[in-house]
Design a protein around this ligand. Structure first.
Ligand code: PLP
Length: 502
């Protein structure tokens, strides 16, 4: 296979690679089943960065000309008669028209992990999803039937950008029970709390601004902040949450525009910030006049003692904005989350939201309004807490069976995850590839760090798999870790780990 690069051409190098490979595939010179060279090897051979080859392969994958599998590499697919494939040679390469430097990650990690969830033979401990079998389907069906009967087509019409008033009312009452006192006007309904992160970036941040995050933190927040071109200042954590003593030192010298924190059952580490730390964080925000975005999807999911009051409940200076969602306690597909903040913030967020999606989906909001106002949420939460507590305990029992030497973890008091540290000899890429070969997945810890982590960490989810799957998955994973940690683990298997994660 001969690929030539013309560095004087105005055509981007990855497109030059795409065009030549595409031509070879469409001409049958590379027939179905042909294995393309590993990215690293092709990059070395033609003198380009590995990411350039990665981009080229992604393009070919998007055209359904190739597919990748861990352990098998990137293979040419049979030429299907789908219009996309038929058009592949004739279409312009659309990527050339895209805005450059959008900052959006091309890392296919999350998409690939989601794809693997569909595979029945793979135990997924990777994503943070609620258990589908715990969704109260009968109640939802009844609520929807009634809503349609009562409201007819108006259930499906537009609503205000800020959200339907009855949901804002009932949410403000429900939050009051959590110690968060707010009026309905201080609640903005969002299309998932992910949208709140995106809006916060648009409202508060310009490229080059600094944002404080915990290290590690929620992967989706890192992606949003990176897309906004901000500089992230990662603050290490200990078992009491963000090290506010270190934050204090940062604030003496720098002026971040925002502090993003997950104080309760943190994603990914499961940590709960202690009350004193919370108070210290609030004092610092006040002293240095920095707003805080508190992200709190998990605090209803406590399995031992109830967590401390949220920062928002403790805040007297009105510097904390509170983000939460129904995605973890009920289901994520409805895309209903909310922000609590002073009215000036709600107004600004709503202005920006209007230009993005006009408003959050109307039937989803009505459904959640009824779910809360009919008091269905309390028994539901009791049920899921019980089920998740059991799954958490099953995960810990299985971890305790035969952990490889040097493998440690933190048992969470709530939320969805165990945060684990692998033995020193375990490198992240061969670990992930071998785990996928052995049909178990996890979230690689590096994805949750802004800076390079000091060790190989992994995040294990226990809410989605059923207890028996947890046992199977953890036993497989412990074997995989022990094998990869073994000094005799063959070098060529480490090399195989450089294949893309698909
Ligand atoms: C900490 C955190 N924030 C926000 C989100 C996004 O949730 P939603 O489905 O409401 O957009 C998640 C989902 O994993 C999360 O873990």
């Amino acid at each position: 296979m001969n690929i030539t690069i013309d560095r004087t051409s105005r055509i981007p190098i990855y497109l030059q690679i795409v065009r030549q490979l595409r031509a070879l595939i469409l001409a049958g010179t590379l027939p179905a089943g042909t294995k393309l060279p590993p990215e690293r090897r092709l990059a070395r051979a033609i003198g380009v960065n590995r990411s350039t080859v990665l981009n080229a392969y992604s393009e070919l994958k998007a055209d359904a000309l190739v597919e990748s599998h861990v352990g098998r590499g990137t293979m040419v697919l049979p030429l299907a008669s789908s219009p996309e494939v038929e058009d592949a040679g004739r279409n312009p390469e659309w990527r050339q028209f895209f805005r450059s430097e959008t900052g959006y990650s091309r890392d296919p990690l999350i998409r690939d992990l989601l794809e693997m969830i569909e595979r029945p033979d793979v135990v997924s401990l990777a994503l943070g999803l609620p258990a589908p079998e715990l969704v109260p389907l009968a109640a939802i069906q009844e609520l929807l039937d009634r809503l349609l009967g009562e409201m007819g087509a108006s259930l499906l019409l537009h609503c205000p950008t800020e959200g339907i008033s009855p949901l804002r009312d009932v949410l403000s009452q429900w939050l009051c029970r959590r110690g968060i006192r707010c009026s309905p006007a201080e609640v903005l309904i969002l299309s998932g709390s992910q949208q709140g992160l995106d809006l916060a970036a648009r409202v508060f941040l310009s490229a080059g601004d600094e944002v404080v995050v915990e290290e590690p933190t929620y992967l989706g927040a890192l992606q949003v902040f990176r897309s906004a071109g901000v500089r992230l200042v990662g603050i290490p954590m200990d078992d009491q949450g963000m090290r506010t003593d270190l934050l204090a030192r940062i604030l003496e010298r720098r002026r971040p525009k925002l502090i993003y924190t997950l104080p309760t059952f943190q994603n990914p580490s499961g940590t709960v910030m202690g009350p004193e730390r919370r108070a210290h964080l609030l004092r610092l925000a006040e002293e240095y006049n920095v707003p805080i975005l508190e992200d709190d999807p998990y605090s209803e999911l406590s399995y031992d003692a109830p967590p401390p009051d949220s920062l928002t409940a403790m805040d007297t200076g009105r510097r904390v904005m509170y983000l939460s969602t129904f995605s973890k306690i009920l289901f994520p597909g409805l895309r209903v989350g909310w922000l609590v903040a002073p009215r000036a913030v709600i107004r600004q967020f709503a202005l920006v939201k209007q230009s993005i999606d006009l408003h959050t989906n109307t039937p989803g909001q009505w459904l959640m309004e009824r779910f809360l106002s009919r008091e269905l949420v309390t028994p539901h939460l009791a049920r899921v807490r019980e089920a998740y507590r059991r799954r958490r305990d099953v995960m810990e029992e299985t971890l305790l069976e035969s952990p490889p030497p040097g493998f440690t973890w933190r048992k969470p008091a709530g939320g969805f995850y165990f945060w684990c540290r692998c033995p020193e000899a375990v490198e992240r890429t061969p670990l992930f590839s071998h785990a996928v070969e052995q049909k178990v997945t996890f979230l690689p810890g590096w994805a949750c760090f802004n800076d390079e982590p000091e060790a190989t960490f992994i995040r294990l989810n226990f809410s989605y798999p059923q207890p028996e799957e947890i046992r199977t998955g953890i036993r497989r994973l412990m074997r995989v870790i022990a094998e990869v940690a073994d000094q005799n683990w063959p070098v060529h298997r480490r090399e195989a780990g450089t294949l893309p994660i698909v």
